[in-house]
Ligand binder design. Structure first.
Ligand SMILES: Cc1cc2nc3c(=O)[nH]c(=O)nc-3n(C[C@H](O)[C@H](O)[C@H](O)COP(=O)(O)OP(=O)(O)OC[C@H]3O[C@@H](n4cnc5c(N)ncnc54)[C@H](O)[C@@H]3O)c2cc1C
Ligand SMILES: NC(=O)c1ccc[n+]([C@@H]2O[C@H](COP(=O)([O-])OP(=O)(O)OC[C@H]3O[C@@H](n4cnc5c(N)ncnc54)[C@H](OP(=O)(O)O)[C@@H]3O)[C@@H](O)[C@H]2O)c1
Length: 456
Protein backbone atom coordinates (compact mmCIF):
# COMPACT_ATOMS: atom_id res chain seq x y z
CA UNK A 1 0.00 0.00 0.00
CA UNK A 2 1.18 3.56 -0.80
CA UNK A 3 0.05 6.70 0.97
CA UNK A 4 0.55 10.22 -0.36
CA UNK A 5 0.44 13.26 1.91
CA UNK A 6 0.12 16.80 0.53
CA UNK A 7 1.68 19.33 2.91
CA UNK A 8 4.25 19.10 5.71
CA UNK A 9 2.70 21.63 8.08
CA UNK A 10 1.59 20.58 11.58
CA UNK A 11 -1.19 18.38 10.08
CA UNK A 12 1.02 16.56 7.55
CA UNK A 13 3.72 16.12 10.19
CA UNK A 14 1.11 14.71 12.59
CA UNK A 15 0.29 12.09 9.95
CA UNK A 16 3.96 11.13 9.63
CA UNK A 17 4.29 10.97 13.41
CA UNK A 18 1.18 8.76 13.68
CA UNK A 19 2.71 6.20 11.30
CA UNK A 20 6.08 6.45 13.02
CA UNK A 21 4.49 5.68 16.37
CA UNK A 22 2.82 2.56 14.91
CA UNK A 23 6.17 1.51 13.47
CA UNK A 24 7.84 1.93 16.84
CA UNK A 25 5.17 -0.35 18.26
CA UNK A 26 6.26 -3.02 15.79
CA UNK A 27 3.58 -2.54 13.14
CA UNK A 28 4.53 -2.81 9.47
CA UNK A 29 3.63 0.56 7.98
CA UNK A 30 2.80 1.32 4.32
CA UNK A 31 5.09 3.22 1.97
CA UNK A 32 4.56 6.96 2.55
CA UNK A 33 5.56 10.01 0.52
CA UNK A 34 4.84 13.55 1.68
CA UNK A 35 5.01 16.47 -0.77
CA UNK A 36 5.77 19.95 0.49
CA UNK A 37 5.91 22.91 -1.84
CA UNK A 38 8.08 24.98 0.52
CA UNK A 39 11.75 24.27 1.16
CA UNK A 40 11.12 23.40 4.81
CA UNK A 41 8.43 21.88 7.02
CA UNK A 42 6.22 23.61 9.59
CA UNK A 43 3.57 25.05 7.26
CA UNK A 44 2.37 28.41 8.59
CA UNK A 45 4.99 28.33 11.33
CA UNK A 46 7.80 28.35 8.78
CA UNK A 47 8.04 32.15 8.56
CA UNK A 48 8.71 33.74 5.22
CA UNK A 49 9.54 37.36 4.49
CA UNK A 50 8.12 36.90 1.00
CA UNK A 51 4.69 37.96 -0.13
CA UNK A 52 2.97 37.25 -3.44
CA UNK A 53 5.06 34.61 -5.20
CA UNK A 54 7.97 32.56 -3.88
CA UNK A 55 11.35 31.97 -5.49
CA UNK A 56 9.77 29.47 -7.92
CA UNK A 57 6.74 31.58 -8.77
CA UNK A 58 4.42 29.58 -6.47
CA UNK A 59 1.86 31.49 -4.41
CA UNK A 60 3.46 32.16 -1.00
CA UNK A 61 1.82 29.94 1.61
CA UNK A 62 2.77 31.81 4.80
CA UNK A 63 0.42 34.24 6.52
CA UNK A 64 2.40 34.65 9.72
CA UNK A 65 4.29 37.80 10.62
CA UNK A 66 7.09 39.10 12.82
CA UNK A 67 6.03 39.65 16.44
CA UNK A 68 3.41 36.92 16.20
CA UNK A 69 2.87 35.43 19.62
CA UNK A 70 0.61 32.46 20.23
CA UNK A 71 -2.93 33.71 20.55
CA UNK A 72 -3.98 30.83 22.82
CA UNK A 73 -2.22 29.21 25.79
CA UNK A 74 0.37 26.63 24.73
CA UNK A 75 -1.18 24.26 27.29
CA UNK A 76 -4.18 24.05 24.95
CA UNK A 77 -2.17 22.75 22.00
CA UNK A 78 0.50 20.60 23.70
CA UNK A 79 1.20 17.24 21.98
CA UNK A 80 0.30 14.51 24.43
CA UNK A 81 3.26 12.40 23.23
CA UNK A 82 5.84 15.21 23.28
CA UNK A 83 5.50 17.79 26.02
CA UNK A 84 6.93 21.28 26.34
CA UNK A 85 8.94 20.04 29.34
CA UNK A 86 10.51 17.32 27.21
CA UNK A 87 11.42 19.81 24.50
CA UNK A 88 12.63 22.81 26.51
CA UNK A 89 13.79 21.00 29.64
CA UNK A 90 12.29 23.66 31.89
CA UNK A 91 9.00 25.54 32.24
CA UNK A 92 8.37 28.36 29.77
CA UNK A 93 5.52 30.88 29.62
CA UNK A 94 2.05 30.09 28.27
CA UNK A 95 2.13 32.37 25.21
CA UNK A 96 5.40 31.86 23.31
CA UNK A 97 6.26 33.67 20.07
CA UNK A 98 6.14 31.94 16.68
CA UNK A 99 9.81 30.89 16.51
CA UNK A 100 9.55 29.08 19.84
CA UNK A 101 6.47 27.13 18.76
CA UNK A 102 8.12 26.32 15.43
CA UNK A 103 11.06 24.90 17.39
CA UNK A 104 8.67 22.78 19.47
CA UNK A 105 6.91 21.40 16.38
CA UNK A 106 10.28 20.54 14.83
CA UNK A 107 11.62 18.99 18.03
CA UNK A 108 9.17 16.12 17.98
CA UNK A 109 9.67 15.23 14.36
CA UNK A 110 13.45 15.82 14.18
CA UNK A 111 13.99 12.81 16.43
CA UNK A 112 12.44 10.52 13.82
CA UNK A 113 13.38 9.87 10.21
CA UNK A 114 10.37 11.93 9.01
CA UNK A 115 12.51 14.14 6.78
CA UNK A 116 13.28 11.10 4.63
CA UNK A 117 9.61 10.81 3.72
CA UNK A 118 9.26 14.43 2.57
CA UNK A 119 10.00 15.77 -0.89
CA UNK A 120 10.51 19.49 -0.43
CA UNK A 121 10.04 22.17 -3.12
CA UNK A 122 7.47 19.82 -4.63
CA UNK A 123 3.97 21.06 -5.39
CA UNK A 124 0.98 18.78 -5.98
CA UNK A 125 -0.52 19.99 -9.24
CA UNK A 126 -3.37 17.63 -10.03
CA UNK A 127 -5.07 14.57 -8.61
CA UNK A 128 -7.20 12.01 -10.45
CA UNK A 129 -8.79 8.78 -9.28
CA UNK A 130 -9.07 5.56 -11.27
CA UNK A 131 -12.26 3.66 -10.39
CA UNK A 132 -10.84 0.40 -11.80
CA UNK A 133 -7.62 0.36 -9.82
CA UNK A 134 -9.07 2.37 -6.90
CA UNK A 135 -5.90 4.47 -6.91
CA UNK A 136 -5.01 8.15 -7.10
CA UNK A 137 -2.56 9.52 -9.59
CA UNK A 138 -0.90 12.72 -8.43
CA UNK A 139 0.91 15.06 -10.81
CA UNK A 140 3.85 16.69 -9.04
CA UNK A 141 6.19 19.51 -9.84
CA UNK A 142 9.68 19.34 -8.43
CA UNK A 143 10.28 23.09 -8.54
CA UNK A 144 13.96 23.03 -7.63
CA UNK A 145 14.81 20.65 -10.52
CA UNK A 146 12.06 21.83 -12.86
CA UNK A 147 10.71 18.31 -13.28
CA UNK A 148 7.11 17.16 -13.59
CA UNK A 149 6.26 13.56 -12.72
CA UNK A 150 3.42 11.42 -11.43
CA UNK A 151 3.01 9.07 -8.48
CA UNK A 152 0.27 6.55 -7.71
CA UNK A 153 -1.28 6.11 -4.25
CA UNK A 154 -3.93 3.99 -2.57
CA UNK A 155 -4.83 6.74 -0.09
CA UNK A 156 -4.30 10.47 -0.34
CA UNK A 157 -4.06 12.78 2.68
CA UNK A 158 -4.72 16.45 1.99
CA UNK A 159 -2.98 18.52 4.67
CA UNK A 160 -2.50 21.71 2.68
CA UNK A 161 -4.00 24.10 5.27
CA UNK A 162 -6.78 26.63 4.81
CA UNK A 163 -5.41 29.94 6.04
CA UNK A 164 -3.34 30.81 3.01
CA UNK A 165 -5.55 31.91 0.12
CA UNK A 166 -7.11 35.27 1.01
CA UNK A 167 -10.80 36.01 0.90
CA UNK A 168 -10.71 39.45 -0.74
CA UNK A 169 -14.19 41.01 -0.93
CA UNK A 170 -14.67 44.23 -2.86
CA UNK A 171 -15.68 47.38 -0.99
CA UNK A 172 -17.20 50.22 -2.95
CA UNK A 173 -14.60 52.85 -3.84
CA UNK A 174 -11.61 50.83 -2.56
CA UNK A 175 -10.03 50.92 -6.03
CA UNK A 176 -9.58 54.67 -5.68
CA UNK A 177 -8.46 54.66 -2.02
CA UNK A 178 -5.27 56.70 -2.01
CA UNK A 179 -3.43 54.79 0.74
CA UNK A 180 -2.10 51.23 0.78
CA UNK A 181 -4.41 48.20 0.64
CA UNK A 182 -3.42 44.62 1.43
CA UNK A 183 -4.80 41.41 2.90
CA UNK A 184 -3.67 40.09 6.29
CA UNK A 185 -1.99 37.23 4.36
CA UNK A 186 0.61 39.77 3.17
CA UNK A 187 1.12 41.51 6.52
CA UNK A 188 4.68 40.85 7.74
CA UNK A 189 5.12 43.25 10.65
CA UNK A 190 3.90 46.42 12.30
CA UNK A 191 6.80 48.75 11.46
CA UNK A 192 5.41 50.26 8.24
CA UNK A 193 2.34 51.41 10.18
CA UNK A 194 4.17 53.36 12.88
CA UNK A 195 2.57 56.80 13.35
CA UNK A 196 -0.16 56.06 10.82
CA UNK A 197 -3.94 55.74 10.80
CA UNK A 198 -4.80 52.14 10.01
CA UNK A 199 -8.14 50.59 9.06
CA UNK A 200 -8.65 46.84 9.50
CA UNK A 201 -11.75 45.25 7.97
CA UNK A 202 -12.96 42.11 9.77
CA UNK A 203 -13.73 41.23 13.37
CA UNK A 204 -12.00 37.96 14.05
CA UNK A 205 -8.53 36.79 15.12
CA UNK A 206 -6.54 38.50 12.37
CA UNK A 207 -8.17 41.89 12.94
CA UNK A 208 -7.77 41.54 16.69
CA UNK A 209 -4.15 40.37 16.60
CA UNK A 210 -2.85 42.65 13.85
CA UNK A 211 -4.72 45.47 15.60
CA UNK A 212 -3.07 44.92 18.98
CA UNK A 213 0.36 44.25 17.42
CA UNK A 214 0.19 47.53 15.53
CA UNK A 215 -1.03 49.39 18.60
CA UNK A 216 1.85 47.91 20.58
CA UNK A 217 4.42 48.85 17.94
CA UNK A 218 3.37 52.48 17.58
CA UNK A 219 0.55 52.78 15.02
CA UNK A 220 -1.18 56.11 15.66
CA UNK A 221 -4.75 54.80 15.43
CA UNK A 222 -6.29 51.41 14.69
CA UNK A 223 -9.91 51.26 13.53
CA UNK A 224 -11.56 47.85 13.07
CA UNK A 225 -14.64 47.63 10.90
CA UNK A 226 -17.08 44.74 11.41
CA UNK A 227 -19.71 43.15 9.20
CA UNK A 228 -21.76 41.03 11.63
CA UNK A 229 -20.78 42.01 15.16
CA UNK A 230 -18.03 43.93 16.94
CA UNK A 231 -15.43 41.97 18.92
CA UNK A 232 -16.45 44.15 21.84
CA UNK A 233 -13.19 44.13 23.80
CA UNK A 234 -12.33 46.99 26.08
CA UNK A 235 -9.96 48.60 23.56
CA UNK A 236 -7.25 50.99 24.72
CA UNK A 237 -7.15 54.60 23.58
CA UNK A 238 -6.13 54.64 19.92
CA UNK A 239 -8.16 51.52 19.03
CA UNK A 240 -11.87 51.47 18.18
CA UNK A 241 -14.49 49.43 16.35
CA UNK A 242 -16.84 50.74 13.68
CA UNK A 243 -19.57 49.07 11.66
CA UNK A 244 -18.88 48.15 8.05
CA UNK A 245 -17.29 50.55 5.57
CA UNK A 246 -19.89 51.64 3.06
CA UNK A 247 -17.89 53.50 0.44
CA UNK A 248 -14.29 54.64 0.36
CA UNK A 249 -13.76 58.10 -1.12
CA UNK A 250 -10.20 59.30 -1.70
CA UNK A 251 -8.39 58.75 1.60
CA UNK A 252 -11.61 58.46 3.61
CA UNK A 253 -13.76 55.53 4.72
CA UNK A 254 -17.44 56.13 5.44
CA UNK A 255 -19.04 53.77 7.96
CA UNK A 256 -22.63 52.59 8.10
CA UNK A 257 -23.22 54.55 11.33
CA UNK A 258 -22.78 57.78 9.33
CA UNK A 259 -19.26 58.54 10.64
CA UNK A 260 -16.13 58.78 8.51
CA UNK A 261 -12.35 58.92 9.00
CA UNK A 262 -9.21 59.47 6.95
CA UNK A 263 -6.78 56.55 6.73
CA UNK A 264 -3.24 55.95 5.53
CA UNK A 265 -3.59 52.19 5.16
CA UNK A 266 -6.18 49.42 4.91
CA UNK A 267 -5.66 45.75 5.76
CA UNK A 268 -8.40 43.30 4.85
CA UNK A 269 -8.67 40.83 7.73
CA UNK A 270 -11.50 39.10 5.94
CA UNK A 271 -10.38 35.50 6.35
CA UNK A 272 -9.28 32.79 3.96
CA UNK A 273 -10.71 30.43 1.36
CA UNK A 274 -10.63 26.66 1.45
CA UNK A 275 -8.78 26.29 -1.80
CA UNK A 276 -7.64 23.06 -3.45
CA UNK A 277 -6.52 23.88 -7.00
CA UNK A 278 -4.92 20.41 -7.30
CA UNK A 279 -8.21 18.56 -6.77
CA UNK A 280 -11.05 18.05 -9.24
CA UNK A 281 -14.22 19.83 -8.13
CA UNK A 282 -16.01 16.67 -6.98
CA UNK A 283 -13.32 16.08 -4.34
CA UNK A 284 -12.93 19.67 -3.12
CA UNK A 285 -14.28 20.86 0.20
CA UNK A 286 -16.16 24.06 -0.48
CA UNK A 287 -17.19 25.24 2.98
CA UNK A 288 -16.26 28.42 4.82
CA UNK A 289 -14.22 28.46 8.02
CA UNK A 290 -16.33 26.37 10.40
CA UNK A 291 -16.02 23.78 13.16
CA UNK A 292 -17.46 20.90 11.14
CA UNK A 293 -16.98 20.99 7.36
CA UNK A 294 -19.74 19.12 5.56
CA UNK A 295 -18.91 15.86 3.71
CA UNK A 296 -16.19 14.77 6.15
CA UNK A 297 -16.86 11.64 8.20
CA UNK A 298 -15.38 12.26 11.68
CA UNK A 299 -14.11 15.53 10.24
CA UNK A 300 -11.46 13.60 8.31
CA UNK A 301 -12.68 11.05 5.74
CA UNK A 302 -14.16 12.46 2.51
CA UNK A 303 -17.51 10.75 2.53
CA UNK A 304 -18.03 10.26 -1.21
CA UNK A 305 -14.48 8.95 -1.66
CA UNK A 306 -13.21 7.47 1.59
CA UNK A 307 -9.71 6.93 0.21
CA UNK A 308 -9.36 10.70 0.38
CA UNK A 309 -8.48 12.09 3.80
CA UNK A 310 -8.48 15.74 4.89
CA UNK A 311 -6.62 16.93 7.99
CA UNK A 312 -6.94 20.24 9.82
CA UNK A 313 -9.80 21.65 7.78
CA UNK A 314 -11.78 22.85 10.81
CA UNK A 315 -11.85 26.28 12.37
CA UNK A 316 -9.39 25.94 15.18
CA UNK A 317 -9.56 26.35 18.92
CA UNK A 318 -7.53 23.18 19.39
CA UNK A 319 -4.72 22.94 16.86
CA UNK A 320 -1.70 20.60 17.15
CA UNK A 321 -3.44 18.13 19.47
CA UNK A 322 -6.54 18.06 17.23
CA UNK A 323 -4.37 17.39 14.15
CA UNK A 324 -2.77 14.52 16.08
CA UNK A 325 -6.14 13.03 17.04
CA UNK A 326 -7.22 13.26 13.39
CA UNK A 327 -3.95 11.81 12.07
CA UNK A 328 -4.06 8.83 14.44
CA UNK A 329 -7.69 8.16 13.42
CA UNK A 330 -6.85 8.54 9.71
CA UNK A 331 -3.86 6.20 10.11
CA UNK A 332 -6.08 3.50 11.59
CA UNK A 333 -8.68 3.95 8.84
CA UNK A 334 -5.97 3.62 6.18
CA UNK A 335 -4.44 0.59 7.89
CA UNK A 336 -7.84 -1.04 8.30
CA UNK A 337 -7.80 -1.20 12.09
CA UNK A 338 -10.76 1.18 12.14
CA UNK A 339 -13.45 -0.13 9.85
CA UNK A 340 -15.60 2.52 8.20
CA UNK A 341 -19.36 2.01 8.45
CA UNK A 342 -21.52 2.04 5.29
CA UNK A 343 -22.10 5.39 3.59
CA UNK A 344 -25.66 5.73 4.93
CA UNK A 345 -24.30 5.41 8.49
CA UNK A 346 -21.55 7.91 7.74
CA UNK A 347 -24.13 10.34 6.30
CA UNK A 348 -26.08 10.06 9.54
CA UNK A 349 -23.01 10.73 11.64
CA UNK A 350 -22.12 13.82 9.59
CA UNK A 351 -25.71 15.08 9.85
CA UNK A 352 -25.54 14.63 13.64
CA UNK A 353 -22.44 16.82 13.88
CA UNK A 354 -23.82 19.43 11.50
CA UNK A 355 -27.01 19.69 13.60
CA UNK A 356 -24.90 20.08 16.75
CA UNK A 357 -22.91 22.78 15.02
CA UNK A 358 -26.13 24.61 14.09
CA UNK A 359 -27.13 24.68 17.74
CA UNK A 360 -23.95 26.49 18.83
CA UNK A 361 -24.78 29.83 20.44
CA UNK A 362 -21.65 31.01 22.28
CA UNK A 363 -17.85 30.73 22.08
CA UNK A 364 -18.02 28.37 25.10
CA UNK A 365 -20.28 26.14 22.98
CA UNK A 366 -17.64 26.24 20.23
CA UNK A 367 -15.06 24.96 22.68
CA UNK A 368 -17.37 22.21 23.98
CA UNK A 369 -18.19 21.16 20.43
CA UNK A 370 -14.56 20.81 19.41
CA UNK A 371 -13.70 19.05 22.68
CA UNK A 372 -16.46 16.47 22.14
CA UNK A 373 -15.33 15.98 18.56
CA UNK A 374 -11.69 15.35 19.54
CA UNK A 375 -12.74 13.14 22.45
CA UNK A 376 -14.47 10.83 19.97
CA UNK A 377 -11.30 10.50 17.90
CA UNK A 378 -8.92 10.05 20.84
CA UNK A 379 -11.12 7.32 22.30
CA UNK A 380 -10.93 5.33 19.06
CA UNK A 381 -7.12 5.22 18.79
CA UNK A 382 -3.96 4.71 20.84
CA UNK A 383 -3.09 8.44 20.80
CA UNK A 384 -2.01 9.01 24.42
CA UNK A 385 -5.13 10.17 26.25
CA UNK A 386 -5.03 13.53 28.00
CA UNK A 387 -7.45 15.59 30.03
CA UNK A 388 -9.25 17.18 27.09
CA UNK A 389 -12.09 18.36 29.27
CA UNK A 390 -9.60 20.28 31.44
CA UNK A 391 -8.15 21.84 28.28
CA UNK A 392 -11.70 22.98 27.43
CA UNK A 393 -11.79 24.74 30.81
CA UNK A 394 -8.48 26.46 30.00
CA UNK A 395 -9.93 27.67 26.70
CA UNK A 396 -12.94 29.11 28.50
CA UNK A 397 -10.64 30.84 30.99
CA UNK A 398 -8.69 32.23 28.02
CA UNK A 399 -11.91 33.61 26.52
CA UNK A 400 -12.65 35.38 29.86
CA UNK A 401 -9.05 36.65 30.12
CA UNK A 402 -9.34 38.31 26.73
CA UNK A 403 -12.61 39.97 27.76
CA UNK A 404 -10.89 41.24 30.88
CA UNK A 405 -7.84 42.71 29.18
CA UNK A 406 -7.10 42.24 25.51
CA UNK A 407 -3.61 43.78 25.90
CA UNK A 408 -2.53 41.75 28.93
CA UNK A 409 -4.11 38.32 28.65
CA UNK A 410 -0.79 36.95 27.35
CA UNK A 411 0.88 37.65 30.70
CA UNK A 412 -1.17 34.92 32.36
CA UNK A 413 0.21 31.41 32.87
CA UNK A 414 -1.47 28.01 32.92
CA UNK A 415 -0.69 24.51 34.14
CA UNK A 416 -0.06 21.69 31.69
CA UNK A 417 -2.78 19.02 31.83
CA UNK A 418 -0.17 16.49 30.72
CA UNK A 419 2.81 17.13 33.00
CA UNK A 420 1.21 19.24 35.74
CA UNK A 421 3.97 21.83 35.17
CA UNK A 422 2.99 25.42 35.88
CA UNK A 423 4.19 27.76 33.15
CA UNK A 424 6.89 30.21 34.13
CA UNK A 425 6.09 33.94 33.68
CA UNK A 426 8.00 35.51 30.78
CA UNK A 427 10.74 37.86 32.02
CA UNK A 428 9.06 40.85 30.32
CA UNK A 429 5.39 41.82 30.15
CA UNK A 430 4.01 41.12 26.67
CA UNK A 431 3.10 44.74 26.07
CA UNK A 432 6.69 45.86 26.79
CA UNK A 433 8.33 42.99 24.89
CA UNK A 434 9.30 44.22 21.43
CA UNK A 435 11.75 41.41 20.63
CA UNK A 436 10.12 38.09 19.73
CA UNK A 437 13.33 36.15 19.00
CA UNK A 438 13.78 32.73 20.58
CA UNK A 439 17.17 33.78 21.90
CA UNK A 440 15.65 36.57 23.96
CA UNK A 441 12.58 34.55 24.89
CA UNK A 442 14.65 31.72 26.36
CA UNK A 443 17.12 33.98 28.15
CA UNK A 444 16.60 34.18 31.89
CA UNK A 445 16.10 37.52 33.67
CA UNK A 446 19.64 37.13 35.14
CA UNK A 447 21.17 36.52 31.72
CA UNK A 448 19.41 39.58 30.34
CA UNK A 449 20.59 41.72 33.26
CA UNK A 450 24.19 40.49 32.74
CA UNK A 451 23.98 41.26 29.02
CA UNK A 452 22.63 44.74 29.71
CA UNK A 453 25.41 45.38 32.24
CA UNK A 454 28.09 44.25 29.77
CA UNK A 455 26.66 46.49 27.04
CA UNK A 456 26.60 49.59 29.28
C1 LIG B 1 -1.76 34.39 10.94
C2 LIG B 1 -2.01 33.07 11.61
C3 LIG B 1 -1.68 32.90 12.93
C4 LIG B 1 -1.93 31.70 13.58
N1 LIG B 1 -1.61 31.59 14.90
C5 LIG B 1 -1.85 30.44 15.55
C6 LIG B 1 -1.51 30.30 16.95
O1 LIG B 1 -1.06 31.25 17.58
N2 LIG B 1 -1.71 29.11 17.54
C7 LIG B 1 -2.21 28.04 16.85
O2 LIG B 1 -2.32 26.97 17.43
N3 LIG B 1 -2.55 28.15 15.54
C8 LIG B 1 -2.39 29.32 14.88
N4 LIG B 1 -2.73 29.44 13.57
C9 LIG B 1 -3.38 28.30 12.89
C10 LIG B 1 -2.41 27.50 12.01
O3 LIG B 1 -2.94 27.50 10.75
C11 LIG B 1 -2.23 26.09 12.56
O4 LIG B 1 -1.53 26.19 13.80
C12 LIG B 1 -1.44 25.15 11.66
O5 LIG B 1 -0.38 25.79 11.01
C13 LIG B 1 -2.29 24.42 10.64
O6 LIG B 1 -1.52 23.35 10.16
P1 LIG B 1 -1.78 22.65 8.75
O7 LIG B 1 -0.68 21.69 8.57
O8 LIG B 1 -3.17 22.15 8.72
O9 LIG B 1 -1.70 23.82 7.67
P2 LIG B 1 -0.47 24.74 7.30
O10 LIG B 1 0.32 25.10 8.50
O11 LIG B 1 -1.06 25.84 6.50
O12 LIG B 1 0.45 23.82 6.37
C14 LIG B 1 0.05 23.37 5.10
C15 LIG B 1 1.27 22.97 4.29
O13 LIG B 1 0.85 22.46 3.01
C16 LIG B 1 1.74 22.95 2.00
N5 LIG B 1 1.04 22.94 0.72
C17 LIG B 1 -0.07 23.64 0.38
N6 LIG B 1 -0.43 23.36 -0.88
C18 LIG B 1 0.46 22.46 -1.36
C19 LIG B 1 0.61 21.78 -2.60
N7 LIG B 1 -0.24 21.98 -3.62
N8 LIG B 1 1.62 20.93 -2.75
C20 LIG B 1 2.51 20.70 -1.72
N9 LIG B 1 2.41 21.32 -0.53
C21 LIG B 1 1.39 22.18 -0.34
C22 LIG B 1 2.10 24.34 2.49
O14 LIG B 1 3.29 24.82 1.89
C23 LIG B 1 2.22 24.13 3.99
O15 LIG B 1 3.53 23.81 4.38
C24 LIG B 1 -2.51 30.63 12.88
C25 LIG B 1 -2.83 30.79 11.52
C26 LIG B 1 -2.59 32.00 10.90
C27 LIG B 1 -2.96 32.17 9.46
N1 LIG C 1 -1.41 35.48 16.83
C1 LIG C 1 -2.17 34.57 16.35
O1 LIG C 1 -2.07 33.52 16.85
C2 LIG C 1 -3.11 34.76 15.18
C3 LIG C 1 -3.17 35.95 14.50
C4 LIG C 1 -4.01 36.07 13.40
C5 LIG C 1 -4.77 34.97 12.96
N2 LIG C 1 -4.68 33.81 13.64
C6 LIG C 1 -5.42 32.61 13.18
O2 LIG C 1 -5.74 32.73 11.82
C7 LIG C 1 -6.94 32.07 11.53
C8 LIG C 1 -7.82 32.92 10.62
O3 LIG C 1 -8.35 34.06 11.30
P1 LIG C 1 -8.97 35.27 10.46
O4 LIG C 1 -9.39 36.31 11.43
O5 LIG C 1 -8.03 35.63 9.39
O6 LIG C 1 -10.22 34.61 9.71
P2 LIG C 1 -11.67 34.22 10.25
O7 LIG C 1 -11.60 33.82 11.68
O8 LIG C 1 -12.25 33.28 9.28
O9 LIG C 1 -12.51 35.58 10.21
C9 LIG C 1 -12.83 36.24 9.02
C10 LIG C 1 -13.38 37.62 9.33
O10 LIG C 1 -13.60 38.29 8.09
C11 LIG C 1 -14.89 38.85 8.09
N3 LIG C 1 -15.39 38.95 6.72
C12 LIG C 1 -15.44 37.97 5.79
N4 LIG C 1 -15.98 38.45 4.65
C13 LIG C 1 -16.27 39.76 4.87
C14 LIG C 1 -16.84 40.79 4.10
N5 LIG C 1 -17.26 40.57 2.84
N6 LIG C 1 -16.99 42.01 4.66
C15 LIG C 1 -16.58 42.24 5.91
N7 LIG C 1 -16.04 41.31 6.71
C16 LIG C 1 -15.88 40.08 6.19
C17 LIG C 1 -15.72 37.90 8.95
O11 LIG C 1 -16.87 38.60 9.38
P3 LIG C 1 -18.21 37.87 9.86
O12 LIG C 1 -18.00 37.68 11.33
O13 LIG C 1 -19.26 38.84 9.51
O14 LIG C 1 -18.32 36.59 9.09
C18 LIG C 1 -14.73 37.61 10.07
O15 LIG C 1 -14.75 38.63 11.03
C19 LIG C 1 -7.54 31.71 12.89
O16 LIG C 1 -7.39 30.35 13.14
C20 LIG C 1 -6.71 32.47 13.88
O17 LIG C 1 -6.55 31.78 15.12
C21 LIG C 1 -3.89 33.69 14.76
Amino acid sequence: MRIGIIGAGPSGLAQLRAFESAQRAGVNIPEIVCFEKQSNWGGMWNYTWRTGLDEFGEPVHGSMYRYLWSNGPKECLEFSDYTFDEHFGRPISSYPPREVLFDYIQGRIEKSNARDYIRFNTAARWVSFDEDTQQFTVVLDDRANDRTYTEVFDYLVVASGHFSVPNMPHFKGIETFTGTVKHAHDFRGAEPYEGRDLLLIGSSYSAEDIGVQCHKHGTKSVTMSYRSAPMGFDWPEGMEEKPLVTPFEGDKAFFSDGTSKRFDDVILCTGYQHNFPFLPSEYRLDNNNCLYPDRLYKGVVFNEQPRLIYLGMQDQYFTFNMFDAQAWFARDVMMGTIELPEKAERDKDIAKWLAKQDAIATPDDDVDFQTEYIRELVDRTDYPDFDLEKVAELFKEWLRDKEEDILRYRDKNFTSVITGTKAEPHHTKWLDELDDSMERYLATADELAAKKKKAS
